[in-house]
Structures are given as C-alpha cells and as structure tokens.
Design a protein around this ligand. Sequence first.
Ligand SMILES: [Ca+2]
Length: 87
Amino acid sequence: MEEQAMHSVIDNIWDTYDVDNSGALDKEEARKYIQDATGDVPSQEVFDEMFSNFDKDNSGTIERAEMLVFVKQLLGGDKKPPVEGEK
Ligand SMILES: [Ca+2]
C-alpha cells in the first residue's frame, strides 16, 4: 500500500474516533477504535498493553505518526499487528 493510501486510512480513523478533534486519540478514543477494530472488548490489562504499543513516546495519546507506524505494519509487508505484545 502506498504512503498516501495509508494516510487516507488514518484520516478515516481520525474522522471517526478523534471525537474532540484534538488531532490525537486519547485512551478513551483509542479504546473505542480497538474495540471496533478487533470486535472485542479488551480487559484493562490487555488494553493498556495495546495502548503502550501504539503510544511510542508515552505521551498518553496516539498521534497520527504513531498510528502510521501501526498501519504500515498492519497493511505493509508485516502482517502481524504489533498489538500481540511480542517483542
Ligand atoms: Ca503519543
């Protein structure tokens, strides 16, 4: 997938889940996204691990650049999403 298409994917995610238009997903917004993306309601422990996988700079929010890394891993050559908790 091309870089531009990845940005479109993120635009769509942000349109839906960045409800306060802060430009980043906070934990509550990210939880909704993960629930919809996985079709499951993760436990607090699992969610925290997923969130920290996204939030590389530990800012407490997921910025677009952080989501881009995830989308690249998900849609690029590496099919294994980084939410599995593996090193
Ligand atoms: Ca962050």
